[in-house]
Design a binder for this molecule. Structure first.
Ligand code: HEC
Length: 150
């Protein structure tokens, strides 16, 4: 099960995405594009994008920037949670993570910016792969059991 999933991830990575090339994202089918990849080059590229765009709010290694991340801040909105597996990012399948990063939560009254006009799907997907690579093995396994690749 785990091995198969990892193989699928590797294949998806090998077949997929040249980071930064928007056209390649469009050439991929949605199912291929949204799979995680263990290809270290993709994880590394995702890490660079993450540190440039996301770390200011979510911490350099996804550790978060706000102690009480699960309580609304002074503005009544939820602060940025850690993304390194210590909060509940792993409760979301890849498709859910793609969605929240693409669309953000500003339009529904939150403080998470939308990224769909600044990052293409391949770049967002690589960032997710980077985030998954930060999760401890038990968190990753729990995410798989919940259907993380859905
Ligand atoms: C300006 C600060 C800010 C930046 C920059 C930012 N975020 Fe967020 N992010 C937030 C906030 C605030 C939330 C909580 C939103 C809510 O609950 O309404 C959030 C939530 C999320 C969530 C949902 C987490 C969960 O556990 O449900 C993910 C995933 C996420 N951000 C990823 C990213 C990624 C990837 C980037 C960079 C491309 C990024 N964020 C950049 C502020 C930010």
């Amino acid at each position: 099960m785990v091995t198969a999933a990892r193989v699928v991830r590797t294949l998806a990575g090998a077949a997929a995405v040249v980071i930064g090339a928007a056209s390649s994202a469009h050439a991929q089918s949605a199912s291929t594009r949204d799979r995680a990849s263990t290809d270290p080059r993709i994880v590394e590229a995702g890490g660079k994008l993450y540190r440039r765009n996301c770390a200011v709010c979510h911490g350099w290694r996804g550790e978060g920037t706000v102690a009480n991340w699960n309580q609304p801040g002074p503005d009544g909105k939820m602060p940025p949670p850690p993304l390194n597996g210590t909060a509940h990012t792993w409760h979301h399948p890849r498709s859910g993570l793609m969605l929240v990063i693409r669309q953000g939560t500003v339009r529904i009254g939150g403080n998470m910016p939308a990224w769909k006009d600044r990052l293409n799907d391949a770049q967002i997907s690589a960032i997710i792969d980077h985030l998954i690579s930060l999760w401890p093995e038990d968190v990753y396994q729990a995410w798989l059991k919940r259907g993380g690749y859905n």
